[in-house]
Design a protein around this ligand. Structure first.
Ligand SMILES: Nc1nc(=O)c2c([nH]1)NC[C@@H]1CN(c3ccc(C(=O)N[C@@H](CCC(=O)O)C(=O)O)cc3)C=[N+]21
Length: 303
């Protein structure tokens, strides 16, 4: 990417995601012109969680802007697991849908894992199916989860070659912590996965050349957890009360106490305007990758 990745030490997710989405749109145009193929992404939303509504809308807009077909399916919050699985099987069989995801969280009566397991691994836009997780861990071609991919793209733009650097990932979820650790390992980092039971989290974090915070606890990582000059990637998206904006208002904060960490870090992603935007851009890219694999079309090596 030719665009500057950062404005001083703040890694600008808007600039990087915009450049990636433009790259995706160009590839979509080529697929249409040369192969008559329009990639399609479907999103399934169960219930009407307000945050999910925002994300699903953003994904739909980005899909259309990239020139792809966007499909949105809504099921009531009372839907049974069988009803959700029936929708998954329908999308598995729909030739216009090359990638899809079921937006999380799903209501309590539905098993998130059962939903993931039912998705055709080739259409698994989120890269969460155990086959894709295993393929990633084995160094095989896989659908890669979008948020972790976005984290690593940002870290590389800020830090160049990551080889030999110590990456400390705080968080061990299947959605972010584990896959981001795998991707950093692929970049030849020395990787530590830390979590809520780790002894001396601040001490572990201070060893990091690349610190990834993916815990879901607002402002948990303080300025004195950051090694001077480290690259800090903040995956947290936490809504907290913002009385200064008015009664009942909220604002978005990450897992990192930004105002403290920005003084110490060499580079840091903001929230909002950081990793979240890359999640959407990488999801667009995944849809193109899935469409090409399903149709035996080769992508440029640097895509
Ligand atoms: N199956 C599934 N796959 C997901 O990838 C998935 C999911 N479920 N459930 C929820 C999380 C969260 N997520 C985000 C996507 C975009 C932004 C995003 O665009 N953020 C902007 C704006 C945020 C705002 O203003 O609300 C920003 O950070 O600047 C954030 C978060 C995808 N997730």
């Amino acid at each position: 990417m030719s665009t500057s990745p950062s404005n001083g030490k703040i890694i600008d997710g808007k600039i990087i995601a915009t450049a990636l989405k433009a790259r995706v749109a160009a590839e979509v145009a080529r697929l249409k012109a040369e192969h008559g193929l329009t990639p399609g992404l479907a999103v399934v939303l169960v219930g009407n969680d307000p945050a999910s509504e925002v994300y699903v809308r953003n994904k739909g807009i980005a899909t259309v802007e990239a020139g792809m077909n966007s499909f949105e399916y809504r099921l009531p919050g009372t839907a049974s697991q069988d009803e959700v699985l029936a929708k998954v099987r329908e999308l598995n069989a729909d030739p216009a849908v090359h990638g899809f995801l079921v937006q999380f969280p799903v209501p309590d009566q539905i098993s998130q894992q059962a939903v993931i397991d039912a998705i055709d691994p080739n259409k698994d836009a989120d890269g969460l199916h155990p086959l894709n997780a295993g393929r990633l861990a084995s160094g095989l071609p896989a659908m890669v989860p979008a948020t972790p991919e976005g984290c690593v793209i940002m870290a590389k733009l800020a830090g160049g070659d990551l080889s030999g650097k110590h990456a400390v990932v705080i968080g061990r979820s299947n959605l972010v912590g584990k896959p981001v650790a795998q991707l950093l390992l692929k970049e030849n980092c020395t990787v530590t996965i830390a979590h809520s039971r780790s002894h001396d989290l601040p001490g572990l974090a201070r060893q990091a050349d690349i610190l990834v915070a993916a815990v879901g606890r607002p402002n948990m990582v303080r300025g004195d957890w950051v090694k001077p000059g480290a690259i800090v990637i903040d995956v947290g998206i936490n809504r907290v009360p913002a009385p200064e904006k008015g009664e009942g208002k909220t604002r978005l904060v990450g897992d990192v106490a930004f105002d403290e960490a920005v003084k110490v870090a060499g580079a840091i992603t903001p929230v909002p305007g950081g990793v979240g935007l890359m999640t959407v851009a990488c999801l667009m890219r995944n849809t193109v990758i899935a469409a090409c694999r399903q149709n035996g079309i080769a992508l440029p090596k640097d895509f």
